[in-house]
Design a protein around this ligand. Structure first.
Ligand SMILES: Nc1ncnc2c1ncn2[C@@H]1O[C@H](COP(=O)(O)OP(=O)(O)OP(=O)(O)O)[C@@H](O)[C@H]1O
Ligand SMILES: [Mg+2]
Length: 373
């Protein structure tokens, strides 16, 4: 991808559209793997749109013939970029939850605005989730990336937004309810990193969080390594391993056999992959258990009984079958009685953005940071 093609891609999309009067608020979860944007009208609070899209930008390669890429676009995003990846330079705008390619991030954000139907020229205020351990430079990079795209922003640690997103309506509360914003541990198993964070009523800092790079991608790599050790000629790809994991993942020996169809030399063969999948998922489970245990021990002793009732697993990795119950058993066996671990399930994709939306609707005027346009 040439710089010229990138600039054209950005410019083509910044034409002003018709402006509306009432400001819009946006909740944004910029993930390494998946991004979610929610849009609402600030006055009524009505949610107007939710979009979930793979965080990937594809720029056409030099010399591509007309008619190959739909509409002869110079840039494609999300699923379309993945579909046409053979003819594109794929760029991941974010890595480890922070901006890694500024131009691609800006192109991606402009595209997000378009698919979320935000008219150019309309005042738009965004609450954006950041890793709890993001440094000042990473936060400044996000501000730079959204300058000229949104009008005002608030950056809030992602686990705090996840806790806000999990808060139940007051009318539904039981006596035993512990507000996750006041006292909880959030385990976010993403693609590039797992973040385990203690939340006790204030914005968590790096000290409240334990992060490690054993997460979805590392599980895929471990599965691939073990399958290749078992079947050296199978040439199994990482994307196939990810597909197998997303379909069959399990922990603590819950499955004894998984027969996965894999293409070998043009023929489909069924390979036994239960052991590689189980071993890789167990490694992740044990890392998470160790981090949760460390954070419980760090918390104020009086807060621990309630904290134990609120251990919440989110992110794509929370879909590993049986993960929450296995973590709960490990903690109970260790002596943390009365602990309860819950997975957020499929909703994880919009969870941080929903929390960001709640934060946006509660924000005071002085909390919004103006962005220079
Ligand atoms: N059913 C499933 N079983 C196991 N893993 C899954 C399943 N569904 C998704 N995943 C994994 O979850 C990971 C993506 O999670 P998520 O969308 O939360 O990441 P992200 O927020 O974009 O990344 P990060 O938090 O690292 O910035 C991928 O590794 C994916 O394979
Ligand atoms: Mg994430």
């Amino acid at each position: 991808m040439t710089t010229t093609a990138r600039k054209t891609a950005t410019k083509a999309k910044t034409k002003a559209g018709p402006a509306k009067s009432s400001p819009l608020i946006v909740g944004l979860d910029l993930g390494t793997n998946t991004t979610c944007i929610q849009v609402a009208d600030q006055q009524s609070g009505k949610i107007l749109n939710t979009e979930i899209i793979p965080s990937i930008v594809g720029y056409t390669t030099e010399g591509i013939l007309p008619g190959i890429i739909p509409g002869d676009s110079k840039v494609l995003f999300g699923q379309m970029a993945i579909k046409y990846k053979l003819h594109l330079n794929l760029v991941q705008p974010l890595k480890e939850g922070v901006v890694s390619d500024m131009d691609a991030t800006r192109d991606f954000l402009i595209h997000l605005k378009e698919i979320a139907n935000i008219p150019q020229g309309q005042e738009t205020r965004a609450v954006i989730g950041m890793p709890a351990n993001a440094d000042a430079a990473s936060r400044e990079n996000v501000r730079l990336a959204v300058t000229g795209i949104f009008d005002k922003v608030i950056l809030i640690p992602e686990p705090f937004l996840a806790a806000l997103g999990s808060r139940e309506e007051k009318s539904l509360l039981k006596d035993s309810y512990v507000d996750p914003v006041c006292n909880s541990i959030f385990v976010d198993i993403g693609a590039g990193s797992t973040d385990v964070c203690l939340i006790q009523g204030y914005y968590p800092s790096g000290d409240d969080q334990i992060s490690f790079s054993i997460a979805g991608d590392a599980v895929d790599n471990a599965i691939q390594e073990e399958i290749l050790a078992k079947y050296p000629d199978c040439q199994i790809s990482i994307s196939k391993c990810r597909e197998i994991k997303e379909k069959h993942s399990f922990v603590q020996g819950a499955k004894s056999s998984i027969l996965a169809p894999v293409m070998i030399g043009g023929k489909i063969k069924k390979l036994e992959v239960a052991e590689p999948v189980g071993t890789a998922c167990d490694t992740l489970l044990n890392k998470v258990y160790e981090a949760v245990r460390q954070l419980i021990v760090r918390a104020d002793p009086d807060s621990i009984p309630d904290l134990l009732k609120n251990i919440i697993v989110t992110g794509g990795g929370s879909n590993i079958k049986g993960f929450d119950k296995a973590l709960q058993s490990l903690l109970t066996e260790e002596g943390f009685e009365g602990c309860s671990v819950l997975s957020i399930g499929e909703e994880y994709k919009s969870h941080v953005a929903s929390g960001a939306m709640k934060a946006a609707s509660q924000a005071k005027e002085r909390q919004w940071q103006n962005l220079l346009s």
